[in-house]
Ligand binder design. Structure first.
Ligand SMILES: Nc1ncnc2c1ncn2[C@@H]1O[C@H](COP(=O)(O)OP(=O)(O)OP(=O)(O)O)[C@@H](O)[C@H]1O
Ligand SMILES: [Mg+2]
Length: 320
């Protein structure tokens, strides 16, 4: 078995809102081994982004983060801001949804890359420029010299996202987090960028978290998948296992709502109701769950070990 790179235990993120504290992430646990790409999926509001921000130490002002997240054995949660600043961009890096917003419109791409290397690696300008150019080539920007001299608006959306990936990977982070990295791009470019994340894994970063709404994307490039709903984990399994032996009613509902190329006649079955967060200790999916039991409202669902490496958090323990 390869080495454990990230270990998340009982992670919680609570955010102040006008109607009190919101548990955006609650009792979340998962681990990541060297060389793995873990997909995190779930409908809007399920807590995917807040999970990523908690690992980066970037949750909103006033938030409370609890639990533990160890990167190569070192605790990330509760780290002083100065230490987190050193870690970000170096050992953990993140690619955001909107490359336009992630880049400074007034600085040439070359400057935006080399300043990361100057900050974290204290490289001289010539060495930093050489490393930056190589990185742009590694992410598929063949005319890297021209790209270094360009401003963000002179590049296409797909090229800009390649640049933000290059910036994220410059210091060979142990953990790369990509939060909906392709939703702002057109479909062909999406596929190229996602393929790139897969190709660069191992050589340019240790392990990755890919956050997306899209189970089809996860099936394409991830090794394992964590399904979240209402801030909580629903199911965690290897991709093949989840697609063929998904246990949790929410996972199966998500799968039924996907188009099937192999069975176009089967049709799509949307999940009834709106994503939400009922109060109380029980399963957050219960108002929309066709298989709910009486205890789902009041009792925290148990963690079921369905098979080695396959967990489901559900009161229904029997086979589907
Ligand atoms: N700054 C904030 N202040 C208060 N609540 C917030 C804030 N940001 C997010 N939330 C709430 O936290 C919960 C989790 O949000 P999060 O952004 O992590 O969801 P998500 O799974 O990333 O959704 P999406 O797929 O839409 O990006 C949601 O209920 C959201 O409304
Ligand atoms: Mg999000």
């Amino acid at each position: 078995m390869s080495e454990l790179l990230l270990e998340v235990e009982d992670l919680g993120v609570s955010l102040p809102t006008s109607s009190g504290q919101l548990h955006a992430v609650d009792s979340l646990g998962f681990s990541l081994r060297e060389g793995e790409l873990l997909g995190i999926v779930g409908e809007s509001g399920s807590g995917k982004t807040q999970t990523a921000l908690a690992l980066m130490g970037l949750t909103p002002a006033g938030s409370r983060v609890s639990g533990s997240a160890r990167l190569d054995g070192e605790e990330l949660i509760g780290r002083p801001e100065a230490e987190l600043n050193d870690l970000r961009g170096d050992r953990i890096a993140m690619v955001f949804q909107d490359p336009q917003a992630a880049l400074n419109p007034y600085l040439r791409i070359g400057v935006q890359l080399t300043e990361v290397l100057e900050q974290h690696r204290e490289l001289d300008a010539v060495t930093a420029a050489k490393r930056a150019t190589e990185m742009l080539q590694a992410v598929g920007l063949d005319d890297s010299e021209r790209c270094m001299r360009s401003y963000p608006h002179q590049l296409s959306g797909g090229m800009r996202q390649r640049v933000t990936i290059a910036i994220a990977l410059l210091c060979r982070p142990r953990l790369l987090i990509a939060d909906e990295p392709t939703t702002a791009l057109d479909v062909t470019v999406q596929a190229q960028i996602l393929g790139l994340l897969r190709v660069l894994k191992g050589s340019h970063y240790g392990a990755g978290l890919l956050i997306t709404h899209d189970l089809a994307v996860v099936a394409e490039i991830c090794d394992r998948v964590l399904v979240m709903y209402g801030g909580k984990p629903m199911e965690l399994a290897a991709v093949d296992r989840l697609f063929h032996n998904g246990h949790h009613p929410y996972t199966r509902a998500l799968l039924r709502s996907l188009p099937r190329l192999d069975r176009p006649e089967s049709g799509l079955v949307p999940i009834p109701g709106q994503p939400g967060r009922p109060t109380g200790a029980g399963c957050p999916f219960r108002p929309r769950c066709a298989e709910r039991l009486e205890q789902c409202a009041a009792v925290v669902p148990p963690r079921l070990d369905i098979a080695p490496g396959h967990l489901s958090y559900c009161h229904r323990s029997g086979p589907n």
